[in-house]
Design a protein around this ligand. Structure first.
Ligand code: ADP
Ligand code: ADP
Ligand code: ZN
Length: 222
């Protein structure tokens, strides 16, 4: 049996990680694993981890490795992840990357590809400020770049309930970009050194980026 594919999507807030991960999920039968979504669920559920994470997330900082790793490991232990996973927003620090290597080694698995979505900072603010999400199915939209076919109705599930994230505002975005450059961007050379890095120009249209990603994932999942 072939080992499940483990793909990593790296990129600053608003790069398109979530949008592309959902498309790859549909196209390749992989499972999207977003630590941001898992943390927001923990905050909403009022768990101890969620309580500790909430203030850090609203300020645009990074939640501690300890909390993120505990949440990630629990999710990776669920059976659906055996189909292969797309890690969206994880790892974000060198400590998380080292812990992921250990976790995969213990399972006899390895990283198929770490894909860096490359975008400039100015575009990020615009993308994040216009972002909203379907409350029914989680599909992502944008005020300008990705509107539903029928205004106010989700293309995927028909819901009319949409949400905006509390941390998607201009002030928090600059803190998040800073955290990205200081703590996450060094992972690009970390994965380059391991020979698993691919870079994708993520300034293009959503479908264009999706085509570039699909070509890489096809090679990895073969
Ligand atoms: P991330 O998960 O990296 O933070 P998202 O996938 O949520 O980013 O995308 C951020 C916002 O930008 C969303 O509103 C999304 O619809 C939009 N978006 C994603 N990719 C593109 C793109 N290539 N061009 C324009 N807008 C995009
Ligand atoms: P975006 O892709 O727009 O930055 P996410 O949904 O991935 O948003 O993350 C939202 C917030 O959740 C981050 O700003 C950070 O506070 C926290 N977070 C998500 N993933 C991690 C992680 N791997 N390590 C630390 N904090 C994280
Ligand atoms: Zn929906």
């Amino acid at each position: 049996m072939t080992k499940p594919a483990v793909l990593i999507l790296l990129g600053p807030p608003g790069a398109g990680k979530g949008t592309q991960a959902r498309m790859l999920e549909e196209k390749f039968g992989l499972v999207q694993l977003s630590t941001g979504d898992l943390l927001r669920a923990a905050v909403a559920a009022g768990t101890e981890a969620g309580k500790a994470a909430q203030a850090v997330m609203s300020a645009g900082g990074l939640v501690s490795d300890e909390i993120v790793l505990a949440i990630l490991k629990d999710r990776m232990a669920e059976p659906d992840t055996s189909k292969g996973v797309i890690l969206d927003g994880f790892p974000r620090t060198e400590g998380q990357a080292a812990a992921l290597d250990e976790l995969l080694a213990a399972q006899g698995a390895s990283i198929g590809a770490a894909i860096s979505l490359e975008v400039d900072d100015a575009a990020m603010v615009e993308r994040v400020s216009g972002r909203y999400t379907c409350g029914g199915c989680g599909e992502g939209y944008h005020d300008t770049f990705k509107q539903p076919a029928v205004a106010g109705v989700c293309d995927k599930c028909g819901s009319t309930d949409f949400k905006r994230r509390a941390d998607d505002n201009a002030e928090t975005v600059s803190a998040r970009l800073e955290a990205y450059h200081a703590q996450t961007a060094p992972l690009i050379s970390y994965y380059d050194g391991k020979g698993v890095l691919s870079r994708v120009d993520a300034m293009g249209e959503i479908d264009r980026v999706a085509a570039d990603l699909a070509a890489i994932v096809t090679q990895v999942t073969g």
